[in-house]
Unconditional design. Sequence first.
Length: 136
Amino acid sequence: MSKITTFLMFDAKAEEAMNFYTSIFNNSEIISISRYVANEAGVEGTVKHATFTLHGQEFMCIDSNIKHDFTFTPSISLYVTCESNDELQSVFATLSQDGSVLMPLAAYPFSKKFGWVADKFGVSWQLTLADGNDEE
């Protein structure tokens, strides 16, 4: 086994989501995009397969050409450790815009500052302040 990569399946929103995520995190970029063309199973122009990085971590995504009765669930989430309170506040505000706050930014027994959001695409994010960072 060479590696394990997080794979996200969207419904015609993959490119919008990649652009959104790569705009939030430093050291992030879209690596490749393959699109459906005319007479293929997916909607022409949507993402057949793409890879992108968020702070150097690789992800893959698609726009599913099959309609499913499911979407993202908070039981699987992306866990982000932020280096500063400013970074945490900014990421939390951006990801929660047009999404939903599952746990507000606050001190919890397991973290001096933590928040949990589902973004506008339904992807769940747990955000915490790095240990040893005493910024408030």
